[in-house]
Design a binder for this molecule. Structure first.
Ligand code: GDP
Length: 360
């Protein structure tokens, strides 16, 4: 499933946020790995459609799509050049699909800031610079090897293209630009190097609860990271929310003028940033959302449940969520001609409610 690594300066609220993530008891019960891995936090992607499906199908359980938060990397200015700190700490982050940077926007005299005062734009710059330097280091180590490969295999087009892409990446990074913003570089070729600034970025501003509703401040902070979507939360409140029952949590949020918890925002934005979507399955046992890429076909979607489903795919019985809800149940949707039989070329739509037929 989708994995996100958390980075940020010290004392910005990373651990507080991460602890809130890992305290997700309801999910931990259904996704046992959430409790096995101490450095993984699993967050369910809120999806109101699942409750409705559970009602229609009489499902005993609801299983939302999930996002894994894999690790925390504290980064300080100079981390990439310092004694092993940078690269060692970034090991798990390298494997993640996206990077989430936590930025301190709260003022608190009792919590020191490594650079003296609270200044979100400077902190964003510091982290960006360190990630760029870490990538430059990775490339510096890799390029001599790639050069040797390219020379030895003069006819191997892949080796030549890989070296070319690596050199272009060095040039871009030397200008202080993240690779995700680079044009004309074949970033796919560089995948094996696990570069950091290739990954999509999600920005989380950690505010105090009285600042959360300050629209002018939010606009100002959003502008620092546009076109990326910013998330605004209070890490301490998130920790409290994680301890509350759902209705109490909703009440607390509303009292702060919020409609959605920070963790829910994080899961949602993570999904959209990575071009993911969900399809749904439902039955007496469970109503469940499955993560796929936008553009995935029916067999690819089936493969997310089990590789055998993809291999033995015959057809899919599909009804859109809206049609199903309008009809009231499967039987009525069928009589209304809303349930389609789709073949292997069908491209899935968000909110398709599906049953797969397959050979085993
Ligand atoms: P990390 O070093 O980034 O992991 O930061 P921590 O999560 O350990 O937080 C550092 C300190 O800041 C702790 O004392 C937290 O309680 C405090 N803190 C975290 N988030 C907030 C916040 O939103 N507001 C305030 N006032 N303090 C916070």
């Amino acid at each position: 499933s989708l994995s996100i690594g958390i980075v940020g300066l010290p004392n910005v609220g990373k651990s507080t946020l991460f602890n809130a993530l890992t305290k997700n008891d309801a999910l931990a019960a259904n996704y046992p790995f959430a409790t096995i891995e101490p450095n993984v936090g699993v967050v369910g992607v809120p999806d109101a459609r699942l409750a409705k499906l559970a009602e229609i199908f009489g499902s005993a359980k609801i299983l939302p799509a999930t996002v894994d938060f894999v690790d925390i990397a504290g980064i300080v200015r100079g981390a990439s050049t310092g004694e092993g700190l940078g690269n060692k700490f970034l090991a798990n982050i390298r494997e993640s699909d996206a990077i989430c940077q936590v930025i301190r926007a709260f003022e608190d005299a009792d919590v020191t800031h490594v650079d003296g005062d609270v200044e979100p734009s400077r902190d964003i710059e510091t982290i960006n610079t360190e990630l760029i330097l870490a990538d430059l280091q990775t490339l510096e180590k890799a390029v001599p090897r790639l050069e040797k490969d390219a020379k030895r295999n003069a006819k191997d087009k892949n080796a030549q293209e890989l070296l070319k892409a690596a050199r272009s990446a060095q040039e871009v990074l030397d200008e202080g630009v993240s690779l995700s913003q680079a044009k004309d570089i074949d970033l796919d070729r560089l995948r094996e190097l696990s570069l950091l600034t290739v990954k999509p970025f999600i920005y989380v501003f950690n505010l105090d609860s009285d600042e959360l509703a300050d629209e002018a401040l939010r606009t100002k902070l959003q502008e620092l990271v546009s076109p990326a979507e910013a998330i605004f939360l209070d890490a301490k409140i998130e920790a409290e929310l994680a301890e509350l029952e759902e209705d109490e949590a909703q009440e607390l949020l509303e009292s702060l003028g919020q409609t959605e918890s920070g963790l829910a925002q994080l899961a949602r934005v993570g999904f959209s940033t990575l071009g993911l979507q969900t399809y749904l399955t439902a039955g007496p046992k469970e109503a469940r959302a499955w993560t796929i890429k936008q553009g995935d076909t029916a067999p690819e979607a089936a493969g997310v449940i089990h590789t055998d489903f993809q291999r033995g795919f015959i057809k899919a019985e599909v009804v859109s969520y809206d049609d199903l809800v309008e009809a009231g149940d499967m039987q009525s949707a069928r009589s209304a001609g809303k349930v389609r039989i789709e073949g292997k070329d069908y491209v899935m739509a968000d909110g398709d409610v599906v049953e797969f037929r397959f050979n085993v």
